[in-house]
Ligand binder design. Structure first.
Ligand code: ISE
Length: 345
C-alpha cells in the first residue's frame, strides 16, 4: 500500500509538530502539502521535506490531487469551511480541537458528514490516546472498581498566550475534561456550572483564573475540575475516579525523585502539554493514518473521537461559557443522534 499523502494546514506550534511527527515518527504517511497564512513559514517548512509543496489557499490544498488526507491545525474559526471542503472531496481529516467554534456550525458539520455517509472526520482529543487515560478506561470497563461515581480533575497550565480570555479557559482547556468525562463514563453531560474563586493576582488583566467547573452526567455522576492556567509552575493534569469499590488516579507526574543535600527532596514537573502528551499525539496520528489508509476497504476513515464528539463537546462548552457569565448552573442542550441520522459506530 502506498504512503498516505497528507496536507498539514496551519504550521504554527501544533501543525509544525504534526509535520515533524509524520515526517520522522509515523509510518505509512508523508507530508505532501503544507499551508499557512504566513506564506514564508509554509514555504520554509516545505523546502525541508522532499516532495512537499506549499499552497497558500487551504481550500486549494485540500482539493489538490497530491493530497489523500488532511490534518487541520488552523485556527478554530476556519475549521467549518475546511471540514466541509474535506467532506466534499471525500478526504479523511484529523482536526485539532475544537471541531468548530460554536454549536450550530458543529451540528452542521455532523449532519453533512452523515449525509456523505462516511466517517471522515476525527477530532484531536489526544488524551484518549494517552497510556494513562487508556489504563484508567480499561480499569473502569473491567468492572474491578464497581460503578464509577465521581471524577475529580485538576488542569493547570504554567501560562497561556496573551490572547487567552476567560471563555477560552472553558473552550480550550476544560474541553479536554469534557471529552475525558464522556470517554470514561460513556454518557453525556447534562449540566454545567462554572464558578470563579478568588482571582490569581498574577493573572493577566481580564482573565478570570482560576475557575471551577462542576458537571453532572445523564445518570447523575458528579465531575469537578479545577482550571488554573496561570500557575507559573508547570503542566499538571490529574484525573481521579472515585468508584463504588475504590478509586484510581492518573497524572501524578512522578518521574525521577531526587534526594540531595541539604535535606532536599524533589523531582521535575512536565513543562507543557506538548511534552506531557507527546506520545499520545504520536499514537493518535499513527492510528488515524492507519485508519485512513484502510478506509477504502473498511468504509471507516477514522480511529478515535469523531465529529459527533466534537459537537457534544461544543454543546457543553457553550453552556459552560453561559454559566461563567451568570454563575448559575446551565443545562446542556444536545440533539439526539437518531434525530439527525448519526450512527453510533
Ligand atoms: C491547549 O490548547 C491544550 O489543548 C492543552 O492540552 C490544554 O492543557 C491547554 O489548557 C490549552 O490551552
Amino acid at each position: 500500500m502506498s504512503d498516505l499523502r497528507v496536507a498539514v494546514l496551519g504550521v504554527g506550534v501544533m501543525g509544525a509538530d504534526h509535520v515533524a511527527r509524520i515526517t520522522s515518527r509515523i509510518s505509512g504517511a508523508r507530508v505532501s502539502v503544507v499551508s499557512d497564512y504566513i506564506t514564508e513559514k509554509a514555504e520554509q517548512i516545505a523546502a525541508e521535506i522532499p516532495g512537499c509543496r506549499a499552497i497558500t489557499d487551504p481550500l486549494d490544498a485540500i482539493a489538490d490531487p497530491a493530497v489523500d488526507a488532511v490534518v487541520l491545525a488552523t485556527p478554530g474559526a476556519t475549521h467549518e469551511k475546511q471540514l466541509l471542503t474535506c467532506l466534499e472531496h471525500a478526504k479523511p481529516v484529523m482536526c485539532e480541537k475544537p471541531l468548530t467554534t460554536d454549536v450550530e456550525t458543529s451540528l452542521h458539520v455532523v449532519k453533512r458528514e452523515a449525509e456523505v455517509g462516511r466517517k471522515l472526520i476525527q477530532v484531536g482529543f489526544m488524551r484518549r490516546f494517552d497510556h494513562e487515560y487508556a489504563q484508567l478506561k480499561a480499569l473502569l470497563d473491567g468492572g474491578e472498581l464497581g460503578r464509577p461515581l465521581m471524577l475529580h480533575c485538576v488542569h493547570r497550565n504554567p501560562a497561556v498566550p496573551p490572547n487567552f480570555d476567560s471563555a477560552m479557559v472553558v473552550r480550550d482547556s476544560l474541553v479536554h475534561e469534557v471529552d475525558v468525562t464522556r470517554f470514561l463514563f460513556d454518557e453525556e453531560i447534562t449540566s454545567i456550572q462554572v464558578i470563579t474563586p478568588a482571582r490569581n493576582p498574577s493573572a493577566p488583566e481580564g482573565l478570570t483564573d482560576p475557575q471551577i467547573a462542576i458537571m453532572r452526567t445523564e445518570s447523575g455522576r458528579h465531575v469537578d475540575v479545577e482550571l488554573f492556567v496561570t500557575t507559573g509552575v508547570g503542566y499538571e493534569v490529574r484525573t481521579e475516579v472515585v468508584a463504588e469499590k475504590g478509586s484510581a488516579m492518573i497524572g501524578l507526574d512522578v518521574g525521577l525523585i531526587r534526594k540531595t543535600p541539604p535535606a532536599q527532596w524533589g523531582g521535575q514537573i512536565t513543562p507543557g502539554f506538548r511534552e506531557r502528551f507527546g506520545r499520545a499525539y504520536d499514537a493518535e496520528v499513527q492510528r488515524w493514518v492507519d485508519a485512513a489508509r484502510r478506509g477504502a476497504q473498511t468504509g471507516v476513515y477514522v480511529d478515535g473521537p469523531g465529529a459527533w464528539d466534537g459537537y457534544a463537546a461544543a454543546t457543553v462548552c457553550e453552556a459552560g461559557v453561559e454559566s461563567l457569565r451568570s454563575g448559575l448552573p446551565v443545562n446542556v442542550a444536545m440533539v439526539s443522534r437518531e434525530s439527525i441520522g448519526v450512527s453510533e459506530a
